[in-house]
Design a binder for this molecule. Structure first.
Ligand SMILES: CC(C)(COP(=O)(O)OP(=O)(O)OC[C@H]1O[C@@H](n2cnc3c(N)ncnc32)[C@H](O)[C@@H]1OP(=O)(O)O)[C@@H](O)C(=O)NCCC(=O)NCCS
Length: 188
C-alpha cells in the first residue's frame, strides 16, 4: 500500500519530520507549558530533537506510527506536530497525539491540522475508530477534541506517573461513521 504522506490545508502543510527541523521541534517541546500534561517532562537534552526526528522518520518507513510535522506555509517553519500512534491494524484503530508551539495557540491551527489528520486516518488508512488519552485538566486539548466531534468515553484513574506525580486520563473516541456524518453536515 502506498500512502500519501504530505497533507495540505489552507494555512498548513503536514509532512514527515526531517533533518533541519531540530530547532523548531525543540522550541515546541522545551516549553514546560506545552509539556504540562504530557507523559514526559519538558525536553532539556539538545540531542533529543535529532534522535526524535530519526525515530519518527523510521516509524513512517515501517508504518509503525505517523507523527507529522505541522509547517506554517507562510513561514516554512514547523509550529507543531500531530500524529497517529498505537496503531492496531486488525482493529482499525489508533490514538491521536499533538502539540503546538505556544506562540501559535488560539488561532485554530491544530483544528486545521487535525481535520487533515482525521481524513488521512479514515480515508487513507481506512481506520474505524480513533482515540485520545488526555489529562482531564487539559482544557485546551479536550476543547480541541470536542470541536472535532470526539466523545468523552470514560475516566481511567491514576493511569500515568510523571516526575513522581500521579495523573488520571480521560479517554476520548471518534468513530468513522461519526466523522463521516460530520463531514456530510459540513458540506451542506
Ligand atoms: C492542545 C493544543 C494543541 C490546542 O491548541 P489550540 O490552538 O487551542 O487548538 P485549536 O487549533 O483547536 O484552536 C482553537 C482555538 O483557536 C481559536 N481560533 C482562532 N482562530 C480560529 C480559526 N480560524 N479556526 C478555528 N479556531 C480558531 C478558537 O476560538 C479556539 O480558541 P478557544 O479554545 O479559546 O475557544 C495546545 O493547547 C497544545 O499544544 N497544548 C500542549 C500539548 C498538549 O497538551 N497536547 C495534548 C496531549 S496529546
Amino acid at each position: 500500500m502506498t500512502y500519501h504522506f504530505t497533507l495540505t490545508t489552507p494555512r498548513l502543510t503536514l509532512r514527515p519530520p526531517r533533518p533541519g527541523d531540530e530547532d523548531d521541534l525543540m522550541a515546541i517541546h522545551d516549553d514546560p507549558e506545552v509539556m504540562r500534561y504530557f507523559s514526559e517532562p519538558a525536553w532539556t537534552d539538545p540531542e533529543r530533537p535529532a534522535r526524535q526526528i530519526a525515530e519518527d522518520a523510521a516509524a513512517f518507513a515501517a508504518r509503525e506510527y505517523f507523527r507529522f510535522a505541522i509547517v506554517l506555509n507562510e513561514t516554512g517553519r514547523q509550529i507543531g506536530n500531530c500524529g497517529l500512534f498505537r496503531l492496531h491494524w486488525q482493529n482499525r484503530r489508533g490514538e491521536v497525539g499533538y502539540a503546538l508551539n505556544r506562540a501559535h495557540w488560539g488561532k485554530g491551527y491544530m483544528n486545521e491540522a487535525l481535520r487533515a489528520l482525521l481524513e488521512f486516518a479514515f480515508v487513507e488508512l481506512d481506520m474505524h475508530r480513533l482515540e485520545a488519552d488526555i489529562d482531564p485538566r487539559n482544557a485546551a486539548s479536550t476543547g480541541a477534541l470536542e470541536r472535532l466531534g470526539f466523545q468523552r468515553e470514560g475516566l481511567l484513574r491514576e493511569r500515568w506517573i510523571v516526575g513522581g506525580e500521579i495523573f488520571d486520563s480521560v479517554l476520548y473516541g471518534l468513530l468513522r461513521r461519526e466523522w463521516e456524518s460530520g463531514q456530510a453536515a459540513a458540506a451542506t
